[in-house]
Design a binder for this molecule. Structure first.
Ligand code: NAD
Length: 475
């Protein structure tokens, strides 16, 4: 990244400041919303491989206008206070935009998870959890983490178990963290949620030809040429669903070791399997391998999905990006400087705050499930099936009594008679959330031309909701 690029934190601040220019907030409230309330830094030692290793971790709370606060825990060597605070701020705005009743938080541990084996990672995670639980920085009512880069279900299960060991009588203990495996109180559809959200977001954008026209695109998702960066949790699911269910072509996949290209589109599952077997994309038969992965980000395509890490589209490459539509699956993949350049070039950016909100949305469902101690659909599924069966039988009776000759197709009957299970309900709730949030954002985008772009519109909607919540509290 060129040296004149602002930090991630400055980028988020810059975008915030750009948005509040279009608002009429009471003096002081703007500053109150912008700043991070608190960031806790912890340094702790763990005895591993015969020596004591010291680790540095963070948990930042950006806004407590609603509690609990929510945000993932990231494991990466690049983790630092600036990054954690920027991500915590994004969480505040994201939750407000998708109407998930949380404040914003984020955590991180400076560690290379691939450098440690499983039982070592468990020891480190439990120790980090202990430090955070002790200070109520993990707590079902106050602060609820989730997975992020470098963490997943496994780490969340360790965190939940550690919390329960320290709070044996808390009946809501399972709700202290989301993204857990099903066996530890997780919810169906959480692992795929962020990628699924990307799919639902794109489907919603494609429902509005006038929005597509702004990106010089038309038609449906079928046949659209997509480049995705990062075949991790988010990128893999998004790319798979878009290619398998919507007929889009994944022509480029950019990973750590380089990129794959195939004009005819790739089988995402095969590429993922190859990556899991070999550790990278090199020599994967799905496409032609290019050592210079960054160059593929700039290749001609219809939709670019950066789904790896922040700051990958910056002042140094923004002018060369050819995709007319970018959907920010990762957090902060476009720097403030690049955002300016792309906006001037007429590139439409679907902002991270909205695009990757699927994860926190389904986390919210998981938290509600944990607090209610019952799986979604358990009470109504069979009742729904019985009602549908009643209708089908009545139709069949009418047809036979009146000699109408109607027959319901077996496919229809099978689908109609199936009551909604937890996964179906989670997907329905996620779809509704992504549609509603997009509509609130695009309304501002279209009705206030001076706002100019979807990101600023998203900030406007989110900041206004946070401001309303502070005002209601008398601040
Ligand atoms: P992950 O660790 O599962 O996947 C990240 C992928 O990016 C990996 O495959 C990794 O090899 C690849 N990668 C890393 N550095 C790269 C580079 N320089 N070039 C190309 N590829 C690179 O992480 P994830 O959970 O998929 O998260 C990805 C992004 O999405 C992050 O910005 C995260 O904050 C954001 N996000 C994740 C979730 C979630 O539910 N997991 C929710 C919201 C936002």
């Amino acid at each position: 990244m060129p040296p004149q690029e602002p930090s991630f934190r400055d980028s988020v601040d810059h975008m915030f400041t750009r948005a509040v220019r279009f608002m009429d907030l009471p003096p002081g409230l703007e500053e109150k919303i912008r700043v991070c309330n608190a960031t806790y830094t912890v340094r702790f030692g763990v005895r591993l491989r015969g020596a004591i290793h010291t680790f540095t971790g963070y948990r930042s709370v950006h806004s407590e206008h609603m509690e609990p606060v929510k945000g993932g825990i990231r494991y990466a060597m690049s983790v630092n206070q600036d990054e954690v605070e920027a991500l915590a701020a994004l969480m505040t705005y994201k939750c407000a935009l998708v109407e998930v009743p949380y404040g914003g938080s984020k955590g991180g541990l400076r560690i290379d998870p691939r450098a440690w084996d499983e039982h070592e990672l468990e020891q480190i995670t439990r120790r980090f959890t202990y430090e955070l639980v002790k200070r109520d920085l993990i707590n079902p009512a106050q602060n609820v983490p989730a997975p992020d880069m470098g963490t997943g279900e496994r780490e969340m299960a360790w965190i939940a178990d550690q919390y329960r060991r320290m709070n044996t009588t808390d009946i809501n203990g399972n709700a202290c963290v989301t993204g857990k495996p099903l066996s530890s109180g997780g919810i169906h559809g959480r692992v795929e949620a962020t990628g699924r959200g990307i799919q639902y977001a794109l489907r919603e954008v494609f429902r509005y030809p006038e929005d597509l026209a702004r990106a010089r695109l038309s038609g449906g998702l079928e046949g659209k040429r997509i480049v995705v960066q990062g075949l991790g949790n988010v990128g893999y699911h998004a790319a798979r669903f878009l290619s398998e269910e919507d007929g889009a072509l994944i022509v480029g996949i950019v990973e750590r070791d380089g990129a794959l290209w195939n004009d005819a589109g790739m089988n995402v599952e095969n590429a993922k399997q190859w990556m899991m077997r070999t550790g990278g994309l090199k020599a994967c038969p799905e496409g032609k391998f290019h050592e210079d992965g960054a160059a593929i980000l700039e290749a001609a395509c219809d939709i670019l999905i950066p789904a790896a890490l922040e700051g990958v589209i910056h002042l140094g490459n923004a002018a060369r990006i050819q995709a007319p539509l970018i959907i920010e699956a990762a957090n902060g993949p476009v720097t403030a400087g690049a955002d300016e350049i792309l906006r001037e070039r007429g590139v439409v950016i679907i902002p991270d705050m909205y695009a990757n909100a699927g994860g926190v949305t389904v986390s919210y469902f998981e938290w509600v499930k944990n607090l209610s101690h019952i799986r979604f659909g358990r009470m109504q599924r069979r009742a729904e099936e019985a009602e549908h069966l009643l209708l089908v039988r009545e139709l069949e009776r009418l047809s036979s009594d009146q000699n109408l000759g109607w027959t319901l197709s077996p496919g229809f009957k099978q689908q109609y008679l199936k009551g909604a299970d937890e996964l179906a309900l989670v997907r329905s709730g996620l779809d509704d959330t992504m549609r509603t949030a997009y509509q609130s954002m695009r309304e501002v985008w279209h009705e206030r031309p001076e706002v100019g772009d979807l990101r600023t519109a998203a900030y406007l909607v989110a900041i206004q909701r946070v401001a309303d919540s502070y005002k209601a509290k008398g601040l």
